[in-house]
Design a protein around this ligand. Structure first.
Ligand code: S3P
Length: 190
């Protein structure tokens, strides 16, 4: 698989996130495959899988496009932050974050100890091609020129995603091989 990967530990206390993580947090842009990869990875690790977007929808009783339409992005971000706080104390869990959640100062540095964050990197072109079929599900890309929007958002977001512990390129990989790669590296690190 064509993957550039890096592993590093951060100073978050005695437990290095790459040594014995108790949860894996998948981050990355829309279309990077967080949910599909997360489900597969959870199966490989025999851990539970949770999706931050689904948690927001469950709690709000509305779909994400409905939340954006009725209350706007800011209200969605508040719900998303609350969902993340609930999910990030779970043990033995693979958590797929929403694409925008890590993109606030300190977010990925302040995750609880034992969290291994993995950035699933995708190009703007690939992200748009993967999400085109069901564009209405992603309000931020439901615009006249989704590619220009994706490029703009990615440029602003990459510095945040870059704070993840590991990065895996996904443009030329299936979610299956990305999940296998993460599971293999976890085994090696563990
Ligand atoms: C968003 C990504 C979406 C969802 C919402 C906003 C973003 O999640 O949280 O539409 O800001 O990038 P996915 O990355 O799972 O599509």
């Amino acid at each position: 698989m064509a993957g550039t990967r890096r592993a590093r530990t951060k100073g978050r206390g005695a437990l290095s996130p790459t040594a014995h993580p108790t949860r894996v947090l998948l981050v990355g842009f829309m279309g990077s495959g967080k949910s599909t990869t997360g489900r597969r990875l959870a199966r490989l690790l025999d851990w539970a899988f949770t999706d931050m977007d689904e948690e927001v929808e469950r709690e709000a009783g509305h779909s994400i496009p409905e939340i954006f339409e009725m209350h706007g992005e800011e209200a969605f971000r508040t719900l998303e932050a609350a969902a993340a706080a609930r999910l990030l104390d779970r043990e033995g869990a693979v958590i797929a974050s929403g694409g925008g959640w890590p993109c606030a100062a300190g977010r990925l540095d302040d995750v609880p100890e034992g969290t291994l964050s993995v950035w699933l990197r995708v190009s703007a072109e690939e992200a748009v091609s993967r999400t085109r079929q069901r564009a209405e599900l992603r309000p931020l890309l439901a615009v006249t020129d989704p590619l220009a929007r994706a490029r703009e958002l990615l440029e602003a977001r990459e510095p945040f995603y870059r704070s993840a512990d590991w990065v895996v390129d996904t443009d030329d990989s299936t979610s299956e091989s990305v999940a296998e790669e993460i599971a293999r590296r976890l085994k090696e690190a563990g």
